[in-house]
Design a binder for this molecule. Structure first.
Ligand SMILES: Nc1nc2c(c(=O)[nH]1)N[C@H]1C(S)=C(S)[C@@H](COP(=O)(O)O)O[C@H]1N2
Ligand SMILES: [Mo]
Length: 324
């Protein structure tokens, strides 16, 4: 009997999860301070169990329940415990293992997000308004520029839906996002090295892309504070630092915004920050990554595995500016 190469077979569960995914998308100071979101590749705690830490906020009736146990490539979800106990959130601490404790008293309700700038209909959305957008589950890989990664079942809604509500003007070319500034609650903001508040930005077509979401939950629950409650951006084909947490302001602008990381280390971090295994960080390789909860390393994928969906956004992939 002839042997079939295993690469020619698409296991059924992969086929179905791929379909589910597609349905979902609808078609210096001292240099150690400069590692975007950390100190370079480093050890993470071994992830174990699901270790559910209940969040006190009620789960909105609009939240979908967990729909799958792997992403569209067949990678298993990272355990809840790891997603919520290994966090980059410099407003609280530069130590990933400490963040979950320091957010204990962080007030995420009531919460407002001001959306304005170059738009016809500027508007301030209360969290309750944002939760009225139809919430869906999106299982995405998160690839930190420090070369570790997770698979996270987010709940949220496309950013494009919010932007359509405010009707951007034709001259709006970029979207600028800002995290809450409140040093009383966020002790890390007393660290004068960084220019607070945390700022990030996207080109408007990146912001309108169907993969780009605002997340309000994960694992079928409200977003834990350490993951950016009550609302954070998720842009899965870019390094994790673009996915700004605890957003209070979204502005449509004409000029490319300067992010916190561009200001802190312009030779290391640019605006686009698309994942590319072939473009090393000035201080380490991006060829492989450590998936939290696994041993060994995985190969990093171009655009973090979302190349089919997003390559068309970036003409001339040889231009280094897309990847740093
Ligand atoms: N406001 C804010 N957003 C942030 C960060 C931060 O320090 N502050 N860290 C970023 C980095 S470097 C990463 S890798 C992701 C981590 O998200 P997670 O802790 O939910 O895994 O959040 C990003 N968003
Ligand atoms: Mo990161």
């Amino acid at each position: 009997m002839e042997k079939i190469k295993s690469s020619e077979i698409t296991p059924e569960h992969l086929y179905h999860s791929r379909r589910r995914f597609l349905k979902g998308v609808g078609v210096l100071a001292s240099s150690w301070l400069l590692a975007a979101c950390g100190f370079g590749p480093q050890q993470a705690p071994a992830a174990s169990g699901d270790g559910s830490t209940p969040t006190p906020l009620p789960i909105p009736s609009t939240f979908p329940t967990l729909s799958a146990h792997s992403d569209e490539l067949g990678n298993p979800l990272t355990p809840y415990k790891a997603i919520t106990h290994y966090n980059n959130f410099y407003e609280f601490s530069t130590r990933k293992e400490d963040v979950y404790r320091l957010v204990e008293h962080f007030r995420t309700s009531p919460w407002e997000v001001e959306v304005g700038g170059l738009v016809h209909k500027p508007r301030t959305f209360g969290l309750e308004d944002l939760l009225k957008f139809e919430q869906e589950e999106r299982i995405y890989r998160l690839r930190c520029v420090e070369a570790w990664s997770m698979v996270i079942p987010w709940i949220g809604f496309p950013l494009s839906r919010l932007l359509k509500e405010v009707e951007p003007l034709a001259k709006a070319r970029y979207v600028r996002f800002e995290t809450l500034y409140d040093p009383q609650q966020m002790p890390g903001q007393k660290n004068g090295f960084y220019k607070w508040p945390y700022v990030e930005g996207l080109r408007i077509d990146e912001a309108m892309h169907p993969l780009t979401i605002l997340a309000t939950g994960l694992y079928g629950k409200r977003l834990p504070a350490q993951d950016g409650a009550p609302i954070r951006l998720v842009v899965p084909w870019k390094y994790g630092f673009k996915s700004i947490k605890s957003i209070v302001k979204i502005e449509l602008v004409e000029k490319m915004p300067t992010s916190l990381w561009m200001a802190a280390a312009p030779s290391e971090y640019g605006f686009y920050a698309n994942v590319n295994p072939k473009v090393p960080h000035p201080r380490w390789s991006q060829a492989t990554e450590r998936r939290i909860g696994e041993s060994g390393r995985r190969r990093t994928l171009l655009f973090n595995g979302y190349a089919d969906e997003v390559t068309s956004l970036y003409p001339n992939l040889d231009d280094r500016k897309w990847f740093y």
